[in-house]
Design a binder for this molecule. Sequence first.
Ligand code: COA
Ligand code: ZN
Length: 299
Amino acid sequence: MTFLNSVPARVRVVEVGPRDGLQNESSSVTTTTKISFINALSSAGFDTIEATSFVSPRAVPQLADASDVMQSIERRPGVRFPVLVPNEHGYERAREAGCESIALFTAASETFSQKNVRASIDETFARFAPVVSRARQDGVWIRGYVSTATDCPYSGTVDPEATVRVAERLFNLGCHEVALADTIGEATPVRLAALLDVARDRLPFDQLALHLHDTGGLATANVMIGLDYGITIFDAAAGGLGGCPFAPGAPGNLATGRLLGLLHGLGIETGIDEHAVCTAVAALVCACPDLGTEHGHAR
Ligand code: COA
Ligand code: ZN
């Protein structure tokens, strides 16, 4: 039986729950709980866990404890802990806290860029230039994000050409990996395929990730499209936590357990222990019963 053109033997799952998940929570999660959550995820087998953000604490108060978190988590050999960095100030804070991997983020939609980081897309690249030159000197690993890769909460459907152009700029800048993000979870399989058609000859697919939210319930269908196009890196958040405070209607990331169920069900290896992910989520929900997870609020 064949129903996909290609199924890779192995896929990398990038865990983004501690950052994309917890940045959007109104209930306060203590620093100790965040550290325990990240440590529990590290033992589940991920090689990349996005841990927190060195953004303005006024913009994202939920992650104002980024330095404490990064100074206290266990660093496992072979596990990267990228942190979001919007500008040189963020880079300096991240390095002081011992970070060796960063994630730069910009958008395909001008309106979203303004709302998210108070800058045009060109201005975000001007902010990245000094960060990237320092990161390369320091041997820091760099991920790039193109937010609103298919849909913008303010301006609607996004032209694939705009998304691919921004992704090309991130690769040209020196990003080791770039994630195309469906920030509000409204991509459909047809529109994602149209984006990947435009991207196919212009972006290195072995360094391209898909970052999907599950608002419309189509995230796993979109993963199938990604697999069919040869994408082998997918982001997910344990427990389906998350969303973006600057993107109304972005409630939940694709849940890691759901993604692992799909991938393992297709016979694809990930190296990640599904049970250990459940245990990490259970401990988090136990410590913070008001968190919004894929199963709704715990009480
Ligand atoms: N870390 C901590 N503080 C920072 C900072 C950083 N990386 N960058 C700027 N600041 C502080 C400045 O020191 C300044 O503080 P002050 O008012 O006490 O002097 C204040 O923030 C304003 O600085 P400015 O450079 O004018 O930034 P801005 O107000 O235009 O905001 C961003 C730009 C990018 C810093 C801000 O919009 C931001 O952090 N956004 C985060 C968006 C996000 O995380 N979205 C979710 C992920 S997609
Ligand atoms: Zn996201």
